[in-house]
Design a protein around this ligand. Structure first.
Ligand code: KG4
Ligand code: ZN
Length: 333
């Protein structure tokens, strides 16, 4: 089954063709980072406008690169929740129009279900059930994945998402948007013990919830007291800030894996591209005896291959959405 996937929930316009939920025949992403960089974050109206300009060429490129035509597509999957409503609507209208003119089945996909499915495009994906740490710009959750579309949330952030902590930290340090990758790069040559940042463990070690807003405030106080450093001191500050985020994510994941007896753990979402997090979780897995699965960095950040793969599972279950499918800005998992 060949599924065309379309994603436009935030600042990436993406389209992909995926076969049987396993093989990406094409995977095209048009990033808007340059549009938003000067504002230090995504400007919703600018995102919608850029999606309108990009969506048709991106879909065409995805079909061309897959060597396929719309006739050979068996279904259309589109992110319809959650996200910026104006941004979601662009992908959704495109998908609906294509479904209407071709008569192909349409399914809406929850963006986080997409992130959870990215790992199934890799050769050796995790078995069910497994534990998933979802860490993106908008979400931070620990989820028990019993099957595709069968999820149980164990904990989530009470304030900022992990990616938001990276982005807001980078903005404070004048490092531009999106900040995660920049902090990641600087942290690689820094000393993670240079500055002592708080590790918020909300409800003690055993709680599965997260909180990152205190960390952001601690960085603000540090910058007010000492200014924004440069050179090695900036690398040290980034490494220390990143270490505080990574340590909390890893400790909570280890606890949840142990508590729920899960021996397979996947990490997904944009922050899963972080080198520090990838290394720390792999080490924790070796120590605790759980296997860690992380998509390649380009499949951690937003893409449409993961949406097509998640859509495949809905279509394979016989699920269909009508042309009244709506964009939902905030939707539980
Ligand atoms: O999944 P994603 O592309 O979009 C959302 O669904 O939100 O995640 C974007 C987030 C941003 O906050 C970005 O700063 C963060 O992922 N990110 C990273 C890295 N690459 C992207 N955070 C830390 N290290 C990275 N290498
Ligand atoms: Zn995402």
């Amino acid at each position: 089954m060949r599924v065309l996937g379309i994603e436009s929930s935030c600042d990436e316009t993406a389209a992909a063709v995926v076969e049987d939920g396993r093989v990406a025949l094409s995977d095209v992403v048009a990033s808007q980072h340059e549009v938003h960089a000067r504002y230090g974050g995504v400007v919703p109206e600018l995102a919608s406008r850029a999606h309108i300009l990009n969506v048709v060429p991106v879909v065409q490129a995805a079909l061309d690169r897959a060597g396929t035509t719309l006739d050979q597509i068996d279904g259309i999957a589109v992110t319809n929740a959650p996200g910026l409503v104006g941004a979601l609507l662009v992908g959704l209208q495109t998908a609906k129009s294509l479904a209407w003119v071709t008569g192909k089945p349409l399914v809406g996909v929850h963006h986080l279900a997409g992130h959870l499915t990215a790992i199934y495009l890799e050769p050796d994906p995790p078995p069910m059930p497994h534990l998933a740490l979802i860490v993106s710009g908008g979400h931070t959750s620990l989820v028990r994945v019993n099957g595709h579309g069968d999820l149980q949330e164990l904990g989530a952030t009470r304030d900022d998402a992990a990616g938001e902590a990276f982005d807001k930290g980078a903005k404070l340090l004048g490092l531009g948007y999106p900040g995660g990758a920049v902090i990641d790069k600087l942290a690689a040559t820094g000393n993670p013990e240079a500055v002592a940042f708080p590790r918020s463990m909300t409800a003690g070690e055993h709680g599965a919830d997260f909180s990152f807003s205190g960390l952001k405030t601690a960085l603000l106080h540090h910058v007010r007291a000492h200014g924004v450093p440069d050179g090695q001191a900036l690398a040290d500050l980034c490494a220390s800030y990143q270490a505080a985020i990574v340590e909390v994510l890893v400790r909570k994941t280890r606890r949840a894996a142990r508590k729920h007896g899960l021996e397979h753990v996947q990490v997904c979402g944009g922050v899963a591209a972080n080198q520090g997090l990838r290394a720390a979780l792999r080490k924790a897995g070796e120590e605790d005896g759980f296997r860690v699965y992380i998509p390649p960095p380009a499949r951690c950040t937003d893409n449409a291959a993961m949406i097509a793969a998640a859509g495949y599972h809905r279509l394979a279950r016989g699920e269909r959405d009508g042309l009244d499918l709506d964009a939902v800005p905030s939707a539980p998992l």
